[in-house]
Write a new protein. Structure first.
Length: 102
């Protein structure tokens, strides 16, 4: 017998883990690359033939899983320092007179 509360918590935890691995990608892309549907079936012991039936069996719907994923991505963006690309167009401090050939 499946502990539905535990399975529900584990599924939402898997969605959070997926968001940490794919902090900028869409849910659909992340779900495929992370293998979330297989993990959901594994968490529920393959109680149902599809992942959708498994998450419904433990009292979740797709929007709850997507929301958990997106909220975790938002939290990650707010707590992570911004990343900036190097500015290759910035004026250089080197001048041609400082270069010696010879």
């Amino acid at each position: 017998m499946i502990n539905r509360n535990l399975a529900r918590a584990q599924i939402l935890s898997a969605a959070r883990d997926m968001a940490r691995v794919f902090p900028t990608q869409s849910y659909s892309f992340a779900r495929e690359q992370f293998g979330l549907l297989g993990k959901i079936k594994q968490i529920t012991g393959n109680a149902m033939p599809t992942a959708k039936l498994c998450w419904e069996y433990v009292g979740l719907d797709r929007s709850a899983i997507v929301d958990e994923f997106e909220f975790t991505q938002d939290d990650h963006r707010q707590t992570s320092p911004p990343t900036t690309a190097p500015n290759f167009l910035a004026p250089s401090t080197a001048t041609t007179s400082s270069v010696q050939c010879g």
